[in-house]
Design a protein around this ligand. Structure first.
Ligand SMILES: O=C(CO)[C@@H](O)[C@H](O)COP(=O)(O)O
Length: 226
């Protein structure tokens, strides 16, 4: 069964000099979430933004802020990101030695808790935490940069994650991130994803609204396109 697709443009590929305009354009274009990539130059080889930018984004958009923490020592920053207005805070299992504590900490701050896996990390690492989470993010590129190619074996991982979530009747959203374009979105949605993160596909396109609509439509049966 293909679920209604929700689209989360990643601001990593936006023009940061015009960030408020870029966010307004994807909001007007029908985005469902705004995906914010937080990188620490340690867990991943890149540096991006912190709580002040999340706080500024919160002031200029009604979109839920889907904040992906690619950082070590997430516990130290969760209170600040929560206060800044994050709707979801998603942490990496590879970077959180006390994952249960971290997930509880996110929830104690009134934020929805997500967990995510690098492409080479097994879904089995989620077995014990799955009932506690609101979102599972499958990384389909190695995190750190936008504009990379979708790693094909991640498609089977999405299908397996879908099965695991369905088996426990989880309410958690299944999100996929990395290398998602209009031409592979249909396969990812058919595998069971319900939120697609798209950075370069949206922000490098001439018409953000048309690209968001095309990504969403990729999940609908062919008859719905007529
Ligand atoms: O977390 C990341 C990269 O680490 C992603 O959110 C990228 O920003 C997605 O960019 P595209 O692959 O869609 O260009």
């Amino acid at each position: 069964m293909t679920r209604p697709a929700r689209i989360a443009p990643s601001i990593l590929s936006a023009d940061f000099a015009r960030l408020a305009d870029e966010v307004a354009a994807v909001e007007r274009g029908g985005a469902d979430f705004l995906h914010v990539d937080v990188m620490d130059g340690h867990f991943v080889p890149n540096l991006t933004v912190g709580p002040p930018i999340v706080e500024s984004l919160k002031k200029v958009t009604k979109l839920p802020l889907d904040v992906h923490l690619m950082i070590t020592n997430a516990d130290a920053f969760i209170p600040e990101f929560a206060a800044a207005g994050a709707s979801y805070l998603t942490v990496h299992v590879e970077a959180c030695p006390h994952l249960h504590r971290t997930v509880q900490l996110i929830k104690e701050h009134g934020v929805k808790a997500g967990v995510t896996l690098n492409p080479a990390t097994s879904l089995r690492t989620l077995d014990e935490i799955l009932p506690d989470v609101d979102l599972v993010l499958i990384m389909s590129v190695n995190p750190g940069f936008g504009g990379q190619k979708f790693i094909d074996h991640c498609l089977q991982k999405v299908a397996n994650a879908r099965r695991m979530l369905d088996q426990i009747h989880s309410h958690a959203l299944l999100e996929v991130d990395g290398g998602i374009k209009v031409d592979n979105a249909g396969r990812i949605l058919a595998a069971g994803a319900e939120v697609l993160v798209a950075g370069s596909a949206v922000f490098s396109s001439p018409d953000y609204g048309a690209t968001i609509a095309a990504l969403r439509a990729a999940g609908q049966p062919a008859s719905a396109h007529r």
